[in-house]
Design a protein around this ligand. Structure first.
Ligand SMILES: *Cc1c(COP(=O)(O)O)cnc(C)c1O
Length: 402
């Protein structure tokens, strides 16, 4: 019934934004029902519809639909962060006495999540190294329920043979999860290679500007529904505002990834020939130990390039501090290039042996190439190389210059 005399702004008319060019944000906690009958139908799952934004939200659904389309999945489900997506998979699909397999070199917090918390509930884990001859069957136990991998890994860009692991996982009825954050569905579609679920830390390349934290999982409807029930009961949902940022950014994902790749290749070729660079890690590398898998399963390359600077940890730090355009930030996937020193930041909690196992020494620098002009980036890198203390002595030792 229309209200005639306003006594409070609470009764003010609602605004419909149907003619806006940009998507409206459904910044709402709950939804109005058409009738008491309609409310009952929705609550009893007899009709589809929003009830409360912890369960579903139109802006979050828009983002999920776009991710599902890109990954070639039946369905997708968004979470408050990549880690909450990992946690959801663990909570929804594991029970006491189950066992999981995690690849060495995956995002550090993922391993800690399982080691620190999941073991408290009687879930055991084994880690394995990724290499071309990996036989995942060697690690599988009767109670193995989940396999988690990341391909490529960060920061040393190891690549797993997704198809081979996927085949074994399918035969043994094990849920196989691939973290596709570094490549995005533009350059790799793990579900078509045999993954059960694909996971993203959405604040990376999906957002592309480092503006928010978010996570998303895509896969078959039957698995997503189980995750949805978990989400409904735990509330680790993505905020509508972050979903709005992400749903908008995803429209330019393909253009951005192609641009990242083009610029990163120029930087890669420049770094490889640089006298102050000892070793470069990148999937552009034609002698990459997992070259066969790269060619088979990737249609492009991540702009993450790691390199060992000639010198020691001090040299690496001096180099990072000397950069001007390139920012010192541990994030990845943004339009601005970023560097980080993994040994003293992202991997500082690892023991020296653990770091060595995944190929991280204190001379390693990770660069995530953004969308700047490549000559500007080269100029910044070169002036930083020139500022490190032992620059002259390095050049003399290498005998490159008089
Ligand atoms: C950042 C990141 C995560 C964690 O995601 P959050 O959104 O930070 O929780 C997981 N996997 C990869 C590969 C990442 O880069």
């Amino acid at each position: 019934m229309p209200i005639k005399n306003f006594t409070s702004m609470i009764y003010a008319p609602r605004q419909s934004l149907d003619d806006c060019h940009s998507d409206a944000i459904a910044m709402t906690a709950a939804y109005n029902f058409e009738s008491a009958f309609d409310a009952s139908e929705r609550f009893n799952n007899r009709t589809k519809g929003n009830i409360y934004s912890r369960f579903t939200n139109p802006t979050v659904s828009l983002f999920e639909k776009k991710v599902a389309l890109l990954e070639g999945a039946e369905d997708a489900l968004a979470f408050s962060s990549g880690m909450s997506a990992y946690l959801a998979i663990a909570m929804a699909f594991l029970a006491q006495n189950d066992h999981i397999l995690i690849a060495n070199g995956v995002f550090g917090t993922t391993t800690s999540l399982f080691k620190t918390f999941m073991t408290k509930f009687g879930v055991s884990m084994t880690t394995f190294d990724i290499h071309e001859d990996l036989n995942i069957e060697d690690y599988i136990q009767d109670n193995t329920k989940l396999i988690f991998i990341e391909s490529p890994t960060n920061p040393v860009l190891q690549v797993a043979n997704i198809e081979k692991i996927g085949k074994t996982a399918k035969d043994k009825n094990i849920i196989f999860v691939v973290d596709n954050t570094l490549l995005t569905p533009i350059f790799q579609k793990p579900l078509t290679l045999g993954a059960t679920l694909v996971l993203h830390s959405a604040g990376k390349f999906f957002d592309g500007q480092g503006r928010c934290v978010g996570g998303v999982v895509a896969g078959e409807n039957k698995h997503i529904e189980i995750l949805r029930t978990y989400l409904r009961h735990t509330g680790t949902c993505l905020s509508p505002f972050n979903a709005w940022l992400l749903a908008g950014s995803i429209d330019t994902l393909e253009s951005r990834m192609c641009m990242h790749q083009r610029i990163a290749f120029v930087i890669y070729e420049w770094l490889v020939q640089h006298p102050q660079v000892q070793k470069v890690y990148s999937t552009f590398d034609e002698n990459h130990p997992n070259r066969t898998s790269i060619l088979k399963q990737q249609t492009g390359h991540t702009p993450i390039i790691s390199f060992e600077i000639v010198g020691n940890q001090d040299t690496a730090w001096q180099f990072i501090d000397a950069l001007g355009l390139i920012e010192n930030c541990t994030n990845i996937g943004g339009s601005r290039s970023m560097v980080t020193h993994p040994a003293s930041t992202t991997h500082c909690k690892y023991s020296v042996e653990q770091r060595e196992r995944v190929g991280i020494n204190n001379r390693l620098i990770r660069l995530c190439v953004g969308l700047e002009n490549e000559q500007d980036l080269i100029q910044d890198l070169q002036q930083a190389f020139e500022q490190v203390e032992d620059y002259q002595c390095i050049l003399k030792k290498e005998g490159r210059y008089a």
